[in-house]
Structure formats: structure tokens, C-alpha cells
Design a protein around this ligand. Structure first.
Ligand SMILES: [Zn+2]
Length: 112
């Protein structure tokens, strides 16, 4: 919660004010989620142990959703202020890929 408020103040002029921020082990494939109705944010426990700039990105992503619900251009414009957005997205894409089905590439190769 403290970190989320710091990030909101630094990158979003303090415009995103979450009501609560907590870890959740119940996020499925998502890294985080938010409930617009009450402003609560949940971050997947899978982000624990990742670099702090990745956690910051996930927090900022959810904070930005408090301002814009979808993933349209306006949403991504908010996140342009965070210098490591592209890098963090790449990190998370790689993490998803590794977690999904690490054996799949090997079996595809064998079919060839
Ligand atoms: Zn999102």
C-alpha cells in the first residue's frame, strides 16, 4: 500500500488512490487485478521475488486501471511515464511463457 501510494504520487500526480493493496495467491494467470467499485488492488504472489521494478510496473498497471478500465491507447499513455514499462512487460511475457508449458517447444521440435 505504501509503495502503491509512492508510485501514484511520483508517476500519476497522486490521481490514483487505491483503497487497499494486498497480495493474492488466487490470481490465476493474471499478475494483478483491481476492483473499480471499491478501488482495491490485488497483486499475485507470483510477483514476489521478481525485481522491484517489475513489481512497481504491476502496481502502476493496476493503479492506472483505477483511472482507465480498458487497455486502450489512453491506458498505455498513462504508463508511458514509467521508464521501464516495456522492459517489465517483456519480463512478464517471458515469465508467462516459461510457466505455461516449458515442454511444448521440445515436443514440437520432435514432430518435425
Ligand atoms: Zn490491465
Amino acid at each position: 500500500m505504501d509503495r502503491a501510494c509512492e508510485l501514484s504520487a511520483k508517476y500519476l500526480d497522486g490521481s490514483a488512490l487505491p483503497s487497499s493493496v494486498r497480495w493474492s495467491s488466487n490470481q490465476g494467470r493474471r499478475w494483478g487485478s483491481c476492483t473499480l467499485l471499491d478501488g482495491s488492488i490485488r497483486i499475485s504472489t507470483r510477483v514476489q521475488g521478481m525485481p522491484s521494478w517489475v513489481l512497481d510496473y504491476v502496481l502502476l498497471h493496476e493503479l492506472a486501471h483505477l483511472l482507465h478500465a480498458g487497455h486502450g491507447p489512453e491506458f498505455w499513455k498513462i504508463l508511458e511515464v514509467y521508464p521501464r514499462t516495456d522492459r517489465a512487460r517483456g519480463f512478464l511475457e517471458g515469465a508467462s511463457f516459461a510457466q505455461d508449458d516449458p515442454g511444448q517447444l521440445t515436443s514440437d521440435d520432435e514432430d518435425d
